[in-house]
Design a protein around this ligand. Structure first.
Ligand code: C2O
Ligand code: CU
Ligand code: CU
Length: 555
């Protein structure tokens, strides 16, 4: 066995690698044999022909990097960009002109403690509003959609970026328009940096856009003219819209070159509804990597894993040591096969017949294995094995940095003595998704909490349901335990049923059918007066179909 094969093997059984003693290292993957090798080989074959250089944040243009101090006026406009080579795709964009340069969907760069002072001008023909996903700001600045900006009008944001260092993001939040506007282009990144972040970059010699690469994962469908297609049927409005083309930073079939060193990927699932089971693979095997952070910043220490789910809205901060890879082969970022668990109806499961039958477009668990065997499926479904990006290894300068053993310190998980507040996820017979049996009403606060209270919430998903990435505005939170997880999830879970990203500070928790997930929220914040926020599923079609509630934090 060569050194590389042995390292792969160590990675795939979740041994400690360079990280030293890491708690919660995950168990062996039960599929890690013949079937897995075949699946990964197919993914690598798909990636071999990827020929488009990945779009990277530069000094202007699409995803141009802009310091928050220069992000003073942003216009929401209709525009066009070249998504597919040689075609102009009509698009919605956040546009900033600064220092004689034009930025489309700028990646905003801020230091913890900086002020955000920006005027948003709505130049499209629909109401819109910017929501800063993951930032804990007061409700006026949250852009939660309880107030929206009509066409031709503007809104001023003014707040302090007081959150932990992480990759946050911003997107529209006008109820009734969220999935369409996000799908048509309105979404980008916001980096907050603090001392832990600076220390990590220094320790590993990382530079944003070069050895630290943001990856925005989105799926889209295009018509023959290269226009985005978004026309959900009743079933797709209920189940979620899944596109057949996978884009990374709006690049289809992308590749990058990377040196044999530690490379950092900051990954956002910016899809409306699609989940991914991410792995880095090479030579028919998963290449282990380190989870360094989640939605709300760095973990206490890097966690060695070989795959993890990422649901809409979630972010992963990942370190890949490409010195572990075989220098003679590319590495592929993949989404491995999984059962998407669209168990919301049909299939003779005693279902009562709501307005939205299960959709042919989307995968249903029991067919997962069969579908994986035909990689060139015209309508690639959620849960299919897919290549996302190829990483070509290039010779690089000597690099001797080691994986750090400590990254940050996390706020405590506070198990409350009181019984948890229960959030029951389900659906009604009218094609609505519900929380505690209720459909979203923006005029009504479904619950209120006391500012400064520490609560536990128990989010319980029905068996006949879908996975729901539940997102809380206003506060980040911790996960205490997962109960009743389906096999798909248990395979990847450690102590207390927790998944890798459950170990971090998060703003979106993925709750699978049949699961009960207990989370701890500390409702302390510096904002005087009552504040209103929302709690919703980040599968954007589910939020539109009612899976959102308004809550008040009483001063
Ligand atoms: Cu990313 Cu309420 O949203
Ligand atoms: Cu949000
Ligand atoms: Cu949902």
């Amino acid at each position: 066995m060569s050194i590389f094969t042995r390292r792969h093997f160590i990675g795939s059984i979740g041994a400690l690698g360079a990280a030293g003693s890491v708690p919660g290292v995950l168990a062996a993957n039960p599929r890690a044999t013949g079937a897995m090798t075949k699946e990964i080989t197919g993914i690598e074959k798909e990636a071999a022909s990827f020929a488009n250089p990945l779009r990277l944040p530069g000094s202007s243009g699409l995803f141009g990097v802009l310091p928050v101090s220069e992000f003073r006026e942003v216009q929401v406009v209709r525009s066009e960009i070249e998504v597919l080579p040689g075609r102009r795709t009509p698009f919605l964009a956040y546009v900033v002109e600064s220092g004689g340069k034009k930025f489309l969907n700028p990646a905003i760069l801020a230091r913890r403690g900086d002020e955000m002072r920006v005027r948003m001008i709505n130049r499209i023909d629909q109401p819109t509003v910017i929501h800063w996903h993951g930032l804990s700001v007061d409700s006026r600045n949250d852009g939660n959609g309880l107030k929206v900006v009509p066409p031709g009008r503007s809104m001023d944001y003014d707040f302090t970026l007081r959150d932990r260092s992480s990759m946050y993001w911003y997107h529209p939040h006008a109820h009734g328009y969220i999935p369409q506007q996000a799908y048509h282009g309105l979404a980008s990144l916001l980096f907050v940096e603090d001392d832990d972040e600076s220390a990590l970059r220094k320790e590993l010699d990382l530079a944003l856009g070069d050895t630290e690469i943001p990856l925005v994962l989105q799926d889209r469908e295009f018509d023959a003219q290269g226009r985005l297609r978004y026309a959900p049927t009743a079933a797709q409005s209920f189940g979620g819209w899944v596109g057949d083309r996978l884009l990374v930073n709006l690049t289809e079939q992308p590749f990058i070159e990377a040196g044999r060193r530690i490379v950092r990927f900051r990954i956002l699932n910016g899809s409306n509804a699609r989940n991914y089971r991410l792995a880095f693979v090479q030579g028919g095997r998963p290449l282990g990597f380190f989870l360094a952070g989640t939605d709300g910043g760095l973990l206490a220490q890097p966690l060695r894993i070989d795959q993890t789910f990422i649901a809409p809205g979630q972010r992963l901060d990942v370190l890949v040591d490409l010195r572990e890879a075989d220098p003679g082969l590319p590495v592929t970022l993949a989404s491995l096969t999984f059962d998407p668990m669209h168990n919301e109806g049909g299939h003779g499961m005693g279902h009562t017949g709501h307005a939205a039958p299960p959709m042919a477009h989307m995968g249903h668990g029991q067919h997962g294995a069969a579908r994986a065997a035909e990689p060139s499926h015209p309508m690639a479904m959620e849960g299919d094995a897919r290549a996302l990006m190829r990483i070509d290894l290039k010779p690089s300068a000597k690099y001797e940095r080691r994986m750090p053993t400590a990254l940050s310190s996390l706020p405590a998980v506070t198990a409350s003595a009181n019984p948890p507040r229960r959030m029951q996820l389900g659906h009604n017979d009218k094609g609505n998704w519900t929380i505690n049996g209720q459909v979203f009403d923006p005029k009504v606060a479904a619950l209120s909490v006391q500012r400064g209270a520490r609560e536990n919430w128990l989010i319980e998903n029905a068996e006949r349901s879908m996975p729901h990435p539940m997102h809380l505005h206003g506060f980040l939170f911790r996960v205490i335990e997962r109960l009743g997880s389906p096999a798909t999830v248990r395979e990847l879970a450690g102590a207390k049923g927790l998944l890798p990203q459950d170990l971090g500070v998060i703003d979106t928790v993925h709750v699978w059918p049949g699961e009960s997930v207990r989370i701890a929220i500390d409702f302390a914040h510096p904002h005087a007066g009552d504040q209103d926020y929302v709690f919703h599923c980040h599968t954007l079609e589910h939020a539109e179909a009612g899976m959102m509630l308004r809550y008040t934090v009483k001063a």
